[in-house]
Design a protein around this ligand. Structure first.
Ligand SMILES: *[C@@H]1O[C@H](CO)[C@@H](O)[C@H](O)[C@H]1NC(C)=O
Ligand SMILES: *[C@@H]1O[C@H](CO)[C@@H](O)[C@H](O)[C@H]1NC(C)=O
Ligand SMILES: *[C@@H]1O[C@H](CO)[C@@H](O)[C@H](O)[C@H]1NC(C)=O
Ligand SMILES: *[C@@H]1O[C@H](CO)[C@@H](O)[C@H](O)[C@H]1NC(C)=O
Length: 395
C-alpha cells in the first residue's frame, strides 16, 4: 500500500493556475489540435458535458514527481460536486476530492483498500478558499485556509516496502477518469464552482482541455440560479406532493427589474396552460396569468413574490423594499389540485403542449431564490437545459 502512496499523494498535491483569459493555446498533438491550459488556470467546473468527464486533465511519469503537495483555490455556492481527481496504475489506485452537503469528501482506493472521509469546514459559501492536499506517511491531509480540514489515515503494515516508482500519474479537475461505480459514496459530480491558482505537486506541464472552449468564471457571484435566456428547467409537479387541505407555496426572490421572460409556468399535458409568471424589462412589470385572470405588478422595488395555491383560491404576495407590509391579491381557483397532481412545472420558460418539454420565451436573469413549499429548490434535480447555472449568478 505504501508503495503507491507517495506518488499518489503527490498526485493530490498538484496545483493549477491560469488567468481567466489565458486559455486557448493550440498545441499540435499528432493529427489533432489539442487545447491546453496552465495548471494555474482559472477553471469553471460546471460546464455542460458528460457530467463525470473532467474539464481538464494531465498526465506525468511518476518518476518526475518530487513534491507531495497540491494547493489550489475553490469558490462555489454548490453543495455537491467533483473537484479534483488523481490516479496511478491506469486507475487501479485513485483519489477523488469532492463536496457533499457543502463539506469536503475524500474517497480513495489504494491497493484495493477503499477509504472515504467527509468533514471539515463548510465550503460552499461563495468565497475563495485555499485548499491543500498532502500526504504524510500513511495520512492524507486536507488543509483549508491554513487550518486542518480533514485527515485520513490508512492503517496496517505496508504490504510492500519497495515502491514502484514507474508508470503514469494522471490528474483531472471537475470529473474522474475511472468508472463512477467505483465511488463508495455516490454524489452528483456536476459542480457549479471555480478552481484557480493551482499548484499540482511539482508538475509544470500544461493540462489538456476536454471541452471546446472553457466557460468563464465571473469576478463576482451571488447565490441563485442564472438563466441566460436559452432554456428552462422542468419538473413533474408530483415531486411536490400536496397534503389534503394544504396548499402549495412557490416563492421567488431576486431583482425583478433585471429579468426578462418566463419565470414560471405550470401545465398539465393536453390541457391549457394553468399559470404563467412573466417578467418584462421594458414595461418593468411582472405579470401573473391564471386562466383568464391577469395580475400585473410593478417590478421596480419588488424583492420577493410568493404564489400561494389553496383549494379555492390563489393568492399572490408581493414583498417590496419600500413597504414593510405585504400586498396580497387573490383570485378564485378551482381545479388546481388536479393539474398539480398530473402536471409539470417549469422555471425559466413557457411549457409547450406536448410531453416533450418544448419550451419558449425563456428567462434571462437571476432568480436569487426559488422555494417550493418552504424548501430551496436545487435545479440540479430537475430536467434542465445545460445553459442554466444552478447555484450562482454573475453579480
Ligand atoms: C514518461 O516517460 C517516457 C519514457 O521516458 C516518455 O516516453 C513519456 O513521454 C513520458 N510521459 C510523460 C507523460 O511525461
Ligand atoms: C414526469 O413523469 C413521467 C412519467 O411519470 C416521466 O416519464 C417524465 O420523465 C417525468 N418528467 C420529468 C421532467 O421529470
Ligand atoms: C436592481 O438592479 C438595478 C440595476 O442594477 C438597481 O439599480 C436596483 O437598485 C436593483 N434593485 C434592487 C431591489 O436591488
Ligand atoms: C431586456 O432583456 C433582454 C434579454 O436579456 C435584453 O436583450 C434587453 O436589452 C433588455 N432590455 C432592457 C430595456 O433592459
Amino acid at each position: 500500500m505504501a508503495v503507491f502512496w507517495k506518488p499518489m499523494a503527490a498526485g493530490l498535491l498538484l496545483t493549477v493556475s491560469l488567468t481567466l483569459l489565458g486559455w486557448g493555446v493550440e498545441v499540435q498533438g499528432g493529427t489533432q489540435a489539442k487545447k491546453v491550459v496552465s495548471g494555474e488556470a482559472t477553471v469553471y467546473l460546471g460546464q455542460d458535458r458528460d457530467i463525470w468527464r473532467p474539464i481538464i486533465h494531465t498526465a506525468s511519469n511518476l518518476s518526475d514527481i518530487s513534491s507531495i503537495k497540491s494547493t489550489f483555490q475553490l469558490r462555489t455556492f454548490d453543495p455537491e460536486g467533483a473537484i479534483f481527481y488523481g490516479d496511478t496504475k491506469n486507475g487501479d489506485d485513485w483519489f477523488v476530492l469532492g463536496l457533499k452537503d457543502g463539506l469536503p469528501l475524500m474517497q480513495f482506493s489504494i491497493g484495493g483498500n477503499h477509504v472515504s472521509a467527509e468533514g471539515g469546514p463548510q465550503l460552499n459559501d461563495g468565497k475563495w478558499h485555499k485548499l491543500e492536499v498532502s500526504n504524510q506517511n500513511n495520512f492524507v491531509i486536507l488543509d483549508v485556509d491554513g487550518s486542518k480540514g480533514l485527515v485520513v489515515g490508512m492503517g496496517g503494515p505496508s504490504k510492500q516496502t519497495e515502491e514502484v516508482q514507474t508508470g503514469e500519474l494522471r490528474l483531472a479537475l471537475g470529473g474522474i477518469l475511472i468508472d463512477k461505480e467505483k465511488m463508495m459514496i455516490q454524489f452528483d459530480p456536476k459542480m457549479d464552482g471555480c478552481v484557480r491558482e493551482g499548484s499540482w505537486l511539482n508538475l509544470r506541464a500544461p493540462w489538456e482541455v476536454e471541452v471546446e472552449e472553457l466557460w468563464p468564471c465571473y469576478q463576482d457571484i451571488i447565490p441563485g440560479s442564472f438563466f441566460p435566456g436559452t432554456g428552462f428547467a422542468v419538473l413533474n409537479t408530483s415531486v411536490f406532493p400536496v397534503e389534503d387541505g394544504k396548499g402549495v407555496n412557490i416563492e421567488f426572490r431576486g431583482n425583478f427589474t433585471l429579468m426578462h421572460g418566463t419565470i414560471l409556468s405550470i401545465r398539465a399535458p393536453g390541457q391549457e396552460i394553468m399559470l404563467t409568471l412573466m417578467a418584462d424589462n421594458n414595461t418593468q412589470e411582472v405579470t401573473l396569468t391564471f386562466g383568464s385572470e391577469k395580475i400585473s405588478m410593478k417590478s421596480d422595488d419588488l424583492k420577493k413574490l410568493v404564489i400561494i395555491f389553496e383549494e379555492e383560491m390563489l393568492q399572490v404576495l408581493e414583498v417590496r423594499a419600500k413597504f414593510q407590509g405585504l400586498q396580497i391579491k387573490s383570485v378564485r381557483n378551482s381545479g388546481f389540485l388536479t393539474t398539480w397532481r398530473n402536471g409539470r412545472i417549469a422555471f425559466g420558460g413557457l411549457l409547450g403542449e406536448g410531453e416533450d418539454n418544448v419550451g419558449s420565451q425563456f428567462l434571462t436573469g437571476c432568480l436569487e431564490m426559488i422555494q417550493v413549499m418552504g424548501r430551496d429548490l436545487d435545479l440540479d434535480l430537475t430536467v434542465k437545459h445545460p445553459s442554466i447555472v444552478s447555484h450562482s449568478c454573475p453579480a
